[in-house]
Design a protein around this ligand. Structure first.
Ligand code: ZN
Length: 132
């Protein structure tokens, strides 16, 4: 089954915790065991797993900005968001997690984040669940 929801970002770079929304989709599926794919169909956003702690979220943004700080990007001549595309590709635009007992298998400090890299924008998140 496939489900989707939208997330609106407020800043150009932003980490948004979508764990509860994904858990809700998994619970609603009634599927006990399987896999869930979390996909953002945009080339200027990413999906990561990390801890939801305010300092760490700032650290992520600082590292991402530093990674793209020393380049004179060709793509910026037409679109001015090469940094967003590059970081999106590096982070990845999907993650796959296991489902056991109708719930996500993840560590205590593993939350699922949409990483906005060219906001503010409205982003689609597509969830595909495959039953084992
Ligand atoms: Zn572009």
């Amino acid at each position: 089954m496939v489900r989707e929801f939208n997330i609106s970002s407020e800043n150009r770079y932003q980490l948004i915790d979508i764990t509860d929304k994904v858990e809700g989709v998994v619970r609603g599926s009634k599927i006990k065991d399987g896999l869930v794919l979390i996909f953002v169909p945009h080339s200027t956003a990413g999906i990561i797993l990390t801890e939801n702690e305010s300092g760490l979220k700032q650290d992520w943004l600082a590292v991402l900005k530093k990674l793209i700080s020393d380049f004179d990007f060709f793509h910026n001549k037409i679109d001015n968001n090469a940094d967003s595309h590059i970081l999106s590709g590096l982070l990845g635009q999907e993650r796959t997690l296991m489902i056991e007992n109708n719930s996500l298998v993840r560590g205590t400090w593993q939350q699922i984040f949409l990483v906005e890299l060219d906001g503010p924008k409205k982003r689609r998140i597509i969830i595909k669940i495959i039953k084992d």
